[in-house]
Design a protein around this ligand. Sequence first.
Ligand SMILES: [Zn+2]
Length: 460
Amino acid sequence: MPLRLHDSLTRELRELRRPDPADPTDVFRFYNCGPTVYAPAHIGNFRTFVVNDVIRRLLELEFGAAKVKHVRNLTDVDDKTIRRAREEGRPLGEVTRQWTEKFHADCAALNCLPPHVEPTATGHIREQVDMIDVLMKKGNAYRAPDGSVYFKVSSFDGYGRLSRVKERELQVGSALAGKSQAADADEKEDVSDFALWKAHKPEDGANAWDSPWGRGRPGWHIECSAMSKKHLGETIDLHTGGVDLLFPHHENEIAQSECCNGTPFAKHWYHSEHLLVDGKKMSKSLGNLYTLDELVAKSFSPMALRYALLMGHPRKQLNFTLESLHAAEKALATLRAFRAALPATGGEANAFATVFAALHEELNTPAALGALFTLVNRGPAGIDAAAFDRVMFALGLKLDAPAAPKADTPAAITALADKRWAAKTAKDFATADALRKELTAAGWSMLDRKDGYSLEPAKK
Ligand SMILES: [Zn+2]
């Protein structure tokens, strides 16, 4: 069954390239823009990562796990990460390591497969400098008086093909793209040009590297061009990200890569849409910027969040509500009970053809869940556990996910929490209270639920 995804570049539903099964070196090259590691990711970020995880799983099922190479980067140096490190008076690497570990723990809880390579921007300075060097030599970039290097947008005819920005909108878009862009606008020859290399500023502190243009750090866009080239080659099969990255980030990636390499950058572009919360855009001021921990603290399971994020078509805005998590928990309980009643073998091989048809045709996850429940409501006749588990693998739904403490919790803290839970269960409330105080003093809060507890670092 061919795997067809909407292509943001051609605006068409297109079949993904099928790697040659006879050629062991031919793999499907999948690049997905990763997080900026300076704070916990919110559920809007996780919508993109969960959708990408379903793509990864479908690719593996369709082409074979060994025929798929998935790369997702970590942005570990930029304005936000540096500002966070400065505010906390900590080295940049320590801050980004903390949030990388948190991101990994959240991804594991949401059952997202880890990418095969997870390159970091700071680990690929040389590759980025090399690319900028080529762009300078080819006349696609120039050094500004302050030592920053900019990409000359007018040097690339293909600019704007992905986002379809017209000349005027391009200038407005660049001005809106970030305050830092506006701040160094007077250094640029043209307002739409963007930074490849940022000259060192006092607020960058120790976070600077040598380059042929002076000390500084790479711009954000160049990291994805450099890391995808290093780990996947000059032309990749599928490049994905949230729709917020389409312009200017992905437009800039195309410009950098195609001018540097002289080859097409990505054969297929896919963008998932925004997540709304209670009908509104997520924002700190509205207090609706949920993290996974906040939902777990409200006694929801990470799997319920994953399910709820799949309830909307990935290319349409999805309105997230806490009620949708209740519905997701119920649906998971139904699937769990259905699975328990299935024989191990003896079912029809294509029992879930309607589910896979919905997934393969434009990643229609709500239609796939609808088709799944049509079958579940009909009963287990003709269905075996192996076929059912294949559907659960595709959707990444783990039905046996235990309410385990998080992996990044120190063992001594988990031991204290276990002791307190046992005391509470035995109605020894004095001991339970004393142990809670010990946990608080150690900087952890313990959240009780019906069937267990969760732990999280106490808010300061
Ligand atoms: Zn990127």
